[in-house]
Design a protein around this ligand. Structure first.
Ligand code: SAM
Length: 299
């Protein structure tokens, strides 16, 4: 991922699968709630520039010509939210990169009448602050999208979202980042990696659940500690961890992959509202969307 001018280059066809889930959910959610007496809020915690640019290879047609490269720009999560009909009553776009903040502000000019604003700064602090407002306004309902590059979401932020009991949360959980920080051989741990994992999960219990300490010691008398948890086990573990705070439910996620087939991320959908009708509504919509997304994955 990189920025060239205001063009934000990131993702692959897998990113389209992710954004398609968001698009479908926001549309269905807005329609379902439009005649209810709720104020609908959308929070994009890692908003980017509003658009996504990808370079794609163009192969010669029928063997004629040379292979080339083309650029394709498509709506990112912020534009998807702004284009949702019926519109949200409030849209908050959070971003910490000054160039992207300016790009987002220009995007807002294209959608006059939208009650949207850009908040520059750290997503964790801003989301936690916004979540406090739910304590005073019981009419607020909404959707939050957590789409970090890596391990930027702190557990306190996840807890704050869950405590609103009013936000549905799409969380693009970075399996790659997790792998980078949880090496197979615990010898390769450093304080930075341990701190990053504990910050994301709000506990250090991941270590005893994913690692096994063997009976043997090495030549220096150090115990042999290895990660035995597979990606499937870790994904289940993350889901259980989310379920410990999201009292509605956390659905089975959709797995996304790098072009080489390695696991990249898991798209989780978590419901903070424990109310039965709210859980049913959100589950009916999101489960269908995740099923469509999973079946569209061709490897
Ligand atoms: C994967 S991109 C988001 C893409 C966007 N959701 C879209 O669909 O176009 C992640 C974004 O998070 C921003 N970011 C990273 N850390 C952040 C933080 N702590 N607070 C706010 N934004 C952050 C990055 O600048 C980047 O634009």
């Amino acid at each position: 991922m990189y920025l060239n001018g205001t063009k934000h280059y990131f993702g692959s066809s897998e990113t389209e699968r992710k954004l398609d889930c968001l698009r479908r959910y926001l549309e269905a959610y807005s329609i379902a709630l439009q005649n209810k007496n709720f104020c609908r809020l959308y929070i994009d915690a890692f908003a980017g520039t509003g658009s996504r640019t990808e370079t794609r290879a163009v192969l010669p047609f029928m063997g004629e010509g040379e292979p080339s490269v083309t650029e394709v720009t498509t709506p990112g999560s912020a534009r998807i939210a702004l284009e949702t009909k019926p519109g949200f009553h409030h849209v908050v776009l959070i971003e910490n990169d000054p160039i992207k903040i300016d790009a987002l502000k220009s995007v807002l000019d294209e959608y006059p009448g939208n009650r949207a604003r850009v908040r520059g700064g750290d997503a964790n602090q801003i989301v936690q602050r916004i979540c406090k407002r739910f304590e005073d306004d019981k009419r607020l309902r909404g959707v939050i999208f957590l789409d970090p590059y890596g391990m930027e979401v702190a557990w306190e932020t996840v807890e704050a979202i869950a405590n609103t009991k009013a936000l549905d949360c799409w969380y693009f959980f970075p399996l790659s980042g997790l792998y980078r920080n949880a090496p197979k051989d615990a010898e390769r741990f450093d304080e930075g990696k341990i701190t990053a994992l504990t910050r994301v999960f709000g506990t250090d219990s991941w270590r005893q659940d994913w690692y096994e300490v063997g009976p043997q010691t090495d030549m220096f008398g150090k115990l042999d500690e290895r990660r035995i948890a597979t990606v499937d086990r870790i994904e289940e573990w993350v889901r259980d961890r989310l379920k410990s705070v999201f009292k509605g439910d956390v659905l089975r996620p959709m797995r996304l992959h790098h072009p080489n087939g390695a696991p990249m991320a898991s798209l989780f959908f978590a419901i903070s509202n424990p109310n039965k009708a709210a859980v049913k509504l959100a589950t009916d919509i999101a489960a269908h969307i995740l099923k469509l997304g999973i079946s569209s994955h061709v490897r």
